[in-house]
Design a protein around this ligand. Structure first.
Ligand code: NDP
Length: 479
């Protein structure tokens, strides 16, 4: 299988070869090399940022609706090419084609379409002050650095590029070195849609390239999707230059199922919240709190349904569960599973698996203080916990440093909203899980992050306000 791009980087509207280390791209299912890339050198990172800084003012000077049109055109191109792009996403990530066809580039297209449509309504505020008045201008920040994780590489690139570009910023994007291919396609598609050269650039490499981007003097903002430890480092480095940040980091989110919940829906949600994308989703509800009265029925049904999940070749449209993105990541997950067993939790189903595959895994008889309950695993591993009443479960759900997401299943209307209000999380779902429509802000509280992606709220994180005071009379002075 060959997924070799024209070249490794995309700078100033052109593919250019990297001058850094070699970067092999492996298909997670077979381990076969599907592309050989070259990382960007430090000089190339600086060059990409300088090019973006040069291109940005003219882009920002366009009428917002002209910028928006480029984004909506890009969304249409993505939809036309969805089949081919989704196949590439599957090769890059190992995620089943039945997922990538509907979830990855499609979500990216929705972001481009949404922010493209928002362009014409980007306005400031007029503030009457009697005779004088003031107004605000919402202005671009300049050059934004985007740094992505490997689980939804193309979606992440689009979620960052769309609000940044519509506001008149330029972007230099670095995908994860595990999944470098989708961002290059986005650069190509944006060019085809009419984006001026240099406004969106892609560099490749690992943490050192990310670090060079974060501290480049041209960069005014860093938007990272990644783990909490990386987030801490990037946030600290960005602070040196007083740069703006958006941090979309990890989680260990609670999903609370009360006795009155619809059993089948709650089981469906818990499976989606733990096994979709082989569990490699930041907002996953990996701590499933089951009220005593529903516990046995829930676990029986869960074990039964988990048995029927089809694992296998990600390119087979019937496959529901693909491999883990890399051998290194699979090892990390296996270490966590072994740690759970060692600590005395019991496997209801699943376990270590073989090779690139880790089957849907559920731990029961776990306690809140076990490592599997406390730490993000980022694999298909659910921990089921038992609770008795609402106050207790809310306290336990919030007893974590993370705060990305949370879910509650109940038919009791007032309890649903009361619990959603009490949960310390950036996103709460009631009788649903992991749905992230572009209209809804998405992001974390506590250690899970800063800032919001999606929705009009994202615009605030890619712009700054200028206040203009207009004196309409003479100047009064005491001198
Ligand atoms: P990492 O934190 O390892 O990496 C994220 C990105 O940051 C990668 O591109 C990485 O480069 C880069 N990077 C690493 N070190 C630095 C540095 N010092 N300066 C700048 N950039 C750096 O995360 P993963 O890729 O392993 O992704 C998994 C994590 O992402 C999980 O914790 C998950 O929860 C989180 N995540 C959060 C989401 C959210 O929206 N909240 C969504 C998806 C994932 P490279 O890897 O190429 O070395």
């Amino acid at each position: 299988m060959n997924a070799q791009p024209q070249a490794s980087l995309h700078i100033a509207g052109r593919f250019v070869e990297g001058e850094g280390r070699a970067l092999d791209v492996l298909y997670p299912y077979t381990g076969e090399r599907i592309a050989s890339l070259q990382e960007a050198s430090v000089e190339q990172v600086a060059h990409a940022c300088a090019i973006a800084a040069q291109a940005q003012p003219a882009w920002a000077a366009l009428a917002p609706s002209d910028r928006g049109r480029v984004l909506t055109r890009a969304a249409a191109i993505i939809r036309d090419r969805n089949a081919e792009l989704s196949r590439l996403e599957t090769l890059d990530t190992g995620k089943p084609i039945q997922e990538t066809l509907v979830a990855d580039w499609e979500s990216g297209a929705q972001a481009l379409e949404f922010f493209g449509g928002l362009a014409a309504s980007l306005t400031g505020q007029m503030i009457p002050l009697g005779q004088d008045w003031a107004y605000t201008r919402r202005e671009a920040l300049g050059v934004c650095a985007g740094i992505g994780a490997w689980n939804y590489p193309s979606q992440i690139a689009c979620w960052k590029a769309a609000p940044a570009l519509v506001m008149g910023n330029a972007m230099v994007f670095k995908p994860s070195e595990e999944t470098p291919l989708g961002a290059l396609k986005l650069a190509e598609i944006l060019s085809e849609a009419g984006l001026p050269d240099g406004v969106f650039n892609v560099v490749q490499g690992g943490g050192d390239v990310g670090a060079a981007l974060t501290t480049d003097p041209h960069v005014a903002k860093v938007s990272l999707t990644g783990s909490v430890p990386t987030g801490r480092r990037v946030y600290a480095a960005a602070a040196e230059g007083m740069r703006h940040v958006t941090m979309e980091l990890g989680g260990k989110s609670p999903l609370i199922v009360f006795e009155d919940a619809s059993l089948e829906d709650a089981v469906s949600a818990a499976m989606l919240a733990n096994f979709y994308s082989s569990g490699q989703i930041c907002s996953n509800g990996t701590r499933v709190f089951l009220q005593e009265g529903i516990r046995e029925m829930f676990l029986d049904r869960l074990a039964e349904r988990a048995r029927h999940i089809r694992m296998g070749d990600p390119l087979d449209p019937d496959t529901q569960h693909g491999p883990i993105v890399s051998a290194r990541q699979a090892d990390k997950i296996r270490t966590m599973i072994a740690e759970g067993e060692r600590a005395g939790a019991r496997l209801l189903c699943g376990g270590a698996g073989e090779g690139a595959f880790i089957p849907p895994t559920v731990f029961v008889d776990a306690t809140d203080d076990m490592t599997i309950t406390r730490d993000e695993i980022f694999g298909p591993v659910m921990t089921a916990l038992t609770f008795y009443d609402e106050e207790e479960v809310v306290t336990r759900a919030n007893a974590t440093g993370f705060g990305l997401a949370a879910g509650v299943f109940t038919q009791d209307l007032t309890r649903a909203h009361r619990v959603a209000a009490a949960l310390e999380a950036g996103t709460c779902w009631i009788n649903a899980y992991n749905l992230t429509p572009v209209q809804m802000p998405f992001g974390g509280v506590k250690m899970s992050g800063i800032g919001r992606e999606n929705s009009a709220a994202a615009i605030e994180h890619y712009s700054q306000l200028k206040s203009v005071y207009v004196g309409m009379g003479g100047v009064e002075a005491p001198y």
